[in-house]
Ligand binder design. Structure first.
Ligand code: NAP
Length: 259
């Protein structure tokens, strides 16, 4: 079975590594190296950047990779473009595994914004007093100018001095609605700020905000390259099987969603 490179950093990447390993694929998972205790997964794991698309292309060639699945986070803005460029350069089949975004339900009070900076501006305009910031440790710096807002930040690891004065809640998902209700009420939160990551693991905060009638500042996703895209792990496995049957020739530019 050819070797598959998974660009990781999501739950789907971990699950996919397990599925492919069980099917007999040789799997290499690549992590950016931003989390000090990443989740265990089967197969080989490497960590750290490749040095842009050029470095990634060299890696694909040197490691004799047969196919690439880009399962980085929906807010990874650079890697999907690097993967697309590198895989095309080397002539490898590659696809983007991208879970669908959340959409508002009845009763939701979303303020949709295009960027983190716009989210910070929205917070100031809303006269928010106590915001729950669930945007990831590396994105909280964008809120440093919101001096009148008290922040409760959820992160997997300590945030250092990225947002002075913020209260930190160290937690790794998945989260359930009861726990989120407790967090929002216990800390007297009047607005939730989140990226539109999609998926089930962190969606409970949206249900909790809806139940408490709290507004949610929802940051839209960055743009994605025009490549074969699937929404689920099962669809990524199917895509790989299709690529294998086709002799692992380049399968880009075919968009297949969901399964
Ligand atoms: P990014 O902007 O797309 O990537 C920045 C640089 O980090 C890339 O150019 C690449 O360096 C390196 N990199 C990113 N993902 C990598 C991977 N899987 N393996 C090796 N190198 C990688 O991504 P980001 O927003 O900084 O996110 C970094 C990682 O955290 C990603 O793996 C992503 O899945 C995960 N993550 C991100 C978010 C988020 O909100 N952004 C949330 C949860 C998890 P080189 O150019 O040197 O190769």
């Amino acid at each position: 079975m050819p070797r598959v490179l998974i660009l990781a950093g999501t739950t789907e990447a971990t699950v996919l590594a397990g599925r492919l390993d069980a099917m007999g694929h040789e799997v290499v998972s690549s992590l950016a190296g931003v989390t000090s205790r990443p989740v265990d997964r089967p197969g080989r794991v490497r960590s750290g950047g490749f040095g842009g698309a050029h470095g990634l292309a060299r890696f694909l060639d040197a490691e004799q990779i047969g196919a690439v699945v880009d399962a980085t986070h929906p807010f990874a803005a650079v890697m999907p473009f690097n993967v697309s460029t590198a895989a095309r350069r080397v002539g490898l089949p590659h696809c983007r595994l991208l879970r669908p975004p959340w959409t508002p339900a009845d009763g939701d009070r979303w303020v949709e914004v295009p960027t983190l900076e716009a989210a910070a501006r929205a917070l100031r305009q809303m006269d928010a007093e106590r915001a729950f910031l669930a945007v990831g440790r590396q994105s909280i710096g964008a809120f440093a100018a919101c001096h009148d807002v008290a922040f409760v930040v959820r992160a997997i690891e300590p945030i250092g001095d990225a947002l002075p004065g913020a209260e930190t809640v160290l937690q790794r998902g998945p989260f359930d609605v009861d726990r989120e209700l407790e967090l929002l009420t216990g800390r007297r939160i009047d607005v939730v700020v989140t990226k539109n990551s999609g998926g089930t693991a962190t969606a409970a905060k949206l249900a909790a905000a809806r139940r408490l009638d709290i507004p949610v500042v929802m940051v839209d996703r960055p743009s994605q390259p025009d490549v074969a895209t699937v929404e689920t792990v099962a669809a990524a496995v199917d895509w790989l099987e299709g690529a294998r049957r086709a002799g692992w020739t380049t399968c880009g530019h075919v968009t297949r969603r969901g399964v």
